[in-house]
Write a protein that binds this ligand. Sequence first.
Ligand SMILES: [Zn+2]
Length: 150
Amino acid sequence: MSRRTRRPHQSASRTASRNAPDGAPRDCPCGLPAAYDACCGRLHRGEATAATPEQLMRSRFSAFAVHDDAYLLRSWHPTTRPPAIGADPALRWVRLDILGSTGGGPFHTEGTVEFRAHWAERGRTGELHEQSRFVRHDGAWVYLDGVVSD
Ligand SMILES: [Zn+2]
């Protein structure tokens, strides 16, 4: 999931070093019935790594939701990683629906996740429907790229 696909402008003033999520939510934004601290928060803090592409996808959605730009950048493949996230502060990521995934096995080196990510911004709502590709890089799952459909 990349905001660049819909919103080409980037704010250079936001730096990648901002890693303290402001107002960390109690329920995990990724949609699993768990507290943020015990779910994606563990990945964001570096206490756990994603075991599957789907888990990485969920943690990246949560990172968009809590504005953890540092996590988004380090879970992005170096060949496709943007210089900065440049998220719109008015845009809120409100819900994630995972539609399907591949490559969840321990010996898989590539995988895909199809999802719908729902957002709200200044009274408008919408969704991003994307098929994302993930690969293992230095042993860890990272986001490679994605194809957006309507
Ligand atoms: Zn989570």
